[in-house]
Design a protein around this ligand. Structure first.
Ligand SMILES: C[S@@+](CC[C@H](N)C(=O)[O-])C[C@H]1O[C@@H](n2cnc3c(N)ncnc32)[C@H](O)[C@@H]1O
Length: 214
């Protein structure tokens, strides 16, 4: 499938501690502005009401959701195209001593190639606005999902805060501009029943495959 897996041999405990300190600083910075990244992931995890045997995560990022996923499953494949982000995620996982449950793969989620319905749960948190070809990614996630697919992204309030946070640092927040609400229709056409949950800073779609006892 053309994946890269991460080499952990050069990671030191000093790097893990320094990364954690910086990570906590970033989380506090966002929280002061009104965006509690941890609370967003808790809202997401609370929508999972079964014990998945195998999870696929799309968009590892810095691994905030990944850490939560390790509490409910010990076989997680997490995919991202950005090796730098995945390195930070690995340092975060190692800080929490939960890296054994996770395989990080550097790949485009639009063409993964695992077998149909290989994962009983596929998830993606706050990544949709990064996808250049979102339909391709969603179609691929749906194909590999045996039971449930859960996906979140910022709502208007979430985007306003993240954009403010970036402006204050003279940076621009990247967003492709695709409409997140289209997800519902895409997944219904693929044979899922979709429920939307609306929170202060995010929307989460939970899609259950029709004809499967949930
Ligand atoms: C905001 S981050 C994800 C945050 C993460 N889920 C968390 O909870 O910390 C979005 C990630 O999506 C990744 N991404 C964008 N397009 C992708 C694609 N086609 N395949 C895999 N990853 C992708 C980006 O590289 C980025 O790291």
């Amino acid at each position: 499938m053309g994946f890269n897996t991460m080499n952990l041999n050069d990671i030191t405990s000093d790097q893990i501690i320094r990364n954690h300190t910086e990570f906590e600083r970033r989380l506090a910075y966002y929280k002061d502005l009104g965006l509690d990244q941890i609370a967003l992931r808790k809202e997401f995890i609370d929508l999972i009401h079964f014990k998945p045997a195998r999870i696929l995560e799309v968009g590892t990022g810095k691994g905030i959701l990944t850490i939560f996923l390790t509490k409910i499953c010990d076989s997680i494949i997490s995919v991202d195209m950005d090796t730098q982000e995945q390195r930070i995620a690995m340092l975060n996982l190692m800080y929490h001593q939960c890296e054994q449950a996770v395989t990080l793969l550097c790949a485009d989620a639009g063409q993964l190639g695992f077998a149909d319905k290989y994962f009983d749960l596929t998830v993606s948190a706050i990544s949709f606005h990064h996808f250049e070809e979102p339909k391709k990614v969603i179609d691929e996630m749906a194909r590999m999902t045996a039971r449930q697919l859960i996906i979140s992204d910022f709502n208007e309030t979430g985007f306003e805060i993240i954009e403010k946070a970036h402006r204050q640092e003279n940076r621009q927040h990247f967003k492709t501009g695709h409409r997140f609400s289209q997800i519902s229709q895409w997944l219904e056409q693929k044979g899922f029943s979709v429920t939307a949950s609306f929170y202060e800073c995010q929307t989460v779609y939970c899609a259950k495959r029709n004809g499967i006892e949930q």
